[in-house]
Design a binder for this molecule. Sequence first.
Ligand SMILES: [Zn+2]
Length: 231
Amino acid sequence: MTRRLYWEDMYMRDFDGKVASVEGGRVVLDQTAFYPRGGGLVSDLGKLNGANVTEVIKENEEVFHVVDDPGLFKIGESVHGAIDWDRRHKVMKMHTTAHILCAIVNRETGALITGNQINPDESRIDFNLDQFDRDKLSDYVAAANGVVTRGVDVRTYFMKRMEALATPGLVKLANAVPPSVDELRIVQIGDVDTQADGGVHVGNTREIGEIVIDKAENKGKSNRRVYFSLR
Ligand SMILES: [Zn+2]
């Protein structure tokens, strides 16, 4: 399995690795800082030696780098990877924001999250809710911005699967965790939110800036979709 450098250091912008396999246009490395698409987050883009990385995907816990020039890669050779940091840092800020918003809306309304899409420039969250009071929504965003300005540290650590599953509220999607995974990565945003999560986050909420709600709309009977951006 590819060593996930993005779990060890979410601020790693470039790294060295070795080619483990090349299949079609897809390169597997012994280790990578490229985050593969998943958990509602877009994948990292960037460079692997002289090739452009156009997508990074995860299959059976393996990480595949889709490159535009696979002929440049031979098994066992060294590669240097550089991720598009501007895009990645935006995704980190957006993702931590989504956790904060979800935690506050869940605390205030009991609503569950039915979907999310985290992009660099505008993201969205779907809540399982019958109604979304506009004034209340403004209150939730104000509370989320309070967490941002408070400068809350984000901590990540690993926990045994059984222990994580036995801790109430930690694993939001129990059936989404394959039994083969023995340890779960936990992301803790201070006293705001703690959950099992594989994605990339900022180290401190202050990096987020300001959360702005762009739009809130109804998507089906009990589904409310909120679009947000940062500035
Ligand atoms: Zn997440």
